[in-house]
Design a protein around this ligand. Structure first.
Ligand SMILES: Cc1ncc(COP(=O)(O)O)c(C=O)c1O
Length: 375
């Protein structure tokens, strides 16, 4: 058997970025302003311009980016934040860390994103119960595809709730020509290395068109500082982006459009290859949406066998996510709409290697192994 295919190949991207990346890192080191240096301000300008949003505010990681916005909005004890049950833990964690209550919402079986009907049910549940005040709807752009904001935004607007997009996996995706990052009252992303736009450590950013929110976020990421560094007007955080990470992200953003296109090309090939199999369910895109394909995720009946077959063929797979948040020990006591779809998905989903540098020969190996196991 030939060598296993890597699930993700970040070194291929590093080789492409080459000397300009090395020079950018060297300049950040030699510049000596290692935290929130000038490259951070440059990155914030570049990100905002690229996404088509007024402000980007960089911070230490994606989890903080979510928490900073919730704190800036004053979300806290007694408040309900509606979060999908099928997501990474950070989406629910930040709500609890803010002192508020995550209320879990089911997802759609084909796109994996928040189900508008389940959101309505969760809002009704909270209102009926009368103990919490609904405050924020926080859909997740899972695996790279924007959530169905056409359906979710009107519900949030009708109920007077903020719309906050967890686009940690989807930053740069498109819905009706609008970038994820520029959708909603605010959005937050992660620059974790494996994300479509990742740095070489931890990093994150918040996005908004709201000038007041931007000022609050700048303060909160720096210990709640006021106009002077040692004047503190809020209880804040130490949540800043390292200059070296900003320098890396500036270089990566220059090739991000092309990388998104390459990811889409791989996804198209997979979709075409698997469309004919009735033992595999391929991921579904909503009309007018472009995904960043943070993950390419199939649904199969016998996942254990499928993973074992692919492993034997040198094709690694991952399971995102094996337990819905509504069933996790740490979160099971929070309110939840019924989440049968999230529960079913958690035993069926399996993600395949996808990245912009996945060569045709490797794609062929993935396709052959999948069809051999479940075609
Ligand atoms: C959906 C989602 N939200 C939030 C986060 C948190 O980002 P970070 O790891 O940068 O804190 C991640 C990624 O890890 C994520 O996938």
């Amino acid at each position: 058997m030939s060598d296993p295919i890597p699930f993700i190949d970040l070194q291929a991207q590093r080789r492409r970025l080459g000397e300009p990346l090395n020079a950018a890192i060297r300049a950040a080191v030699e510049g000596g302003q290692w935290i929130l240096g000038p490259q951070v301000a440059q990155l914030e300008k570049d990100l905002a311009a690229w996404a088509g949003v007024k402000h980007a505010i960089a911070c230490a990681n994606g989890t903080d980016a979510l928490l900073l916005v919730l704190r800036a909005w004053g979300v806290g004890p007694g408040d309900a934040v509606f979060v999908p049950a099928f997501t990474f833990a950070a989406s629910g964690e930040v709500v609890a860390l803010a002192g508020a209550t995550p209320v879990f919402v089911d997802v759609l079986p084909d796109t994996f994103n928040m189900d508008p009907a389940s959101l309505e049910a969760a809002i009704a549940l909270v209102k009926r119960d009368g103990k919490l005040t609904p405050k924020v709807v926080m859909p997740v752009d899972l695996f790279g595809q924007p959530a169905d904001y056409r359906a979710l935004a009107p519900i949030a607007a009708r109920e007077g709730l903020k719309l906050f997009c967890d686009t940690a996996q989807g930053f740069g995706g498109l819905l009706d020509g609008k970038r994820a990052g520029a959708i909603g009252d605010a959005a937050a992303t992660s620059f974790f290395p494996a994300k479509p736009l990742g740095c070489y450590g931890d990093g994150g950013a918040c996005f908004t068109n709201d000038d007041g929110l931007k000022e609050l976020l700048l303060s909160l990421r720096m210990h709640g500082q006021g106009s002077d560094r040692y004047e503190h007007i809020h209880i804040g955080y130490n949540s800043r982006l390292d200059t070296i990470q900003a320098a890396i992200l500036i270089e990566k953003l220059k090739i991000f459009d092309d990388e998104i296109e390459q990811r889409n090309a791989v996804a198209r090939r997979y979709n075409e290859a698997f469309a004919g199999s009735n033992r595999i369910q391929i991921p579904v895109m909503i009309d007018g949406a472009t995904s960043t394909w943070a993950q390419y995720t199939l649904q199969v009946e016998d996942r254990a066998k499928f993973q074992a077959d692919l492993k034997a063929a040198g094709v690694p797979t991952m399971v995102y996510y094996p337990i819905p948040l509504s069933r996790q020990k740490a979160y099971a006591h929070y309110p939840s709409a019924p989440t049968p779809v999230s529960e079913a998905l958690s035993s069926r989903v399996v993600s395949l290697p996808i990245h912009p540098y996945l060569e045709e020969a490797a794609q062929n190996r993935v396709i052959a192994a999948v069809l051999q196991s479940a075609g």
